[in-house]
Design a protein around this ligand. Structure first.
Ligand code: SF4
Ligand code: F3S
Length: 108
């Protein structure tokens, strides 16, 4: 079982989550992070740290969030690991909670 990063991370990327992960299983793209589901130990420490409430347990993904499991799995293999917090993206607060951000996801 794993936690998954979902749509509201896109264009926010606060990175508070990476500081608490005991197994360093976050991976960083240009405007989103993902969790490697095979590396996550289901500890739940990151979930409350996200200011965008973007981290969801795989069992609690809504139907519209289901594609994010595959996205996390795929992109975690492509993107570099991140284990230290950095500044959020410049307009993170204004993007937090906006709808339809998936089309703005940058994979490279
Ligand atoms: Fe890391 Fe735990 Fe969050 Fe999984 S649930 S990504 S192991 S902090
Ligand atoms: Fe994204 Fe939340 Fe982490 S916005 S980078 S999942 S703290």
């Amino acid at each position: 079982m794993a936690y998954i990063v979902t749509e509201n991370c896109i264009l926010c990327k606060y990175t508070d989550c990476v500081e608490v992960c005991p197994v360093d299983c976050f991976y960083e793209g240009p405007n989103m992070l993902v969790i490697h589901p095979d590396e996550c130990i289901d500890c739940a420490l990151c979930e409350p740290e996200c200011p965008a409430d973007a981290i969801i347990h795989e069992d609690e993904l809504t139907d519209s969030q289901q594609p994010f499991y595959q996205l996390n799995e795929t992109l975690a293999e492509l993107w570099p690991n991140i284990c230290e917090r950095k500044d959020a993206l410049p307009d993170a607060d204004s993007w937090n909670g906006e709808a339809d951000k998936l089309k703005r996801l940058r994979k490279e």
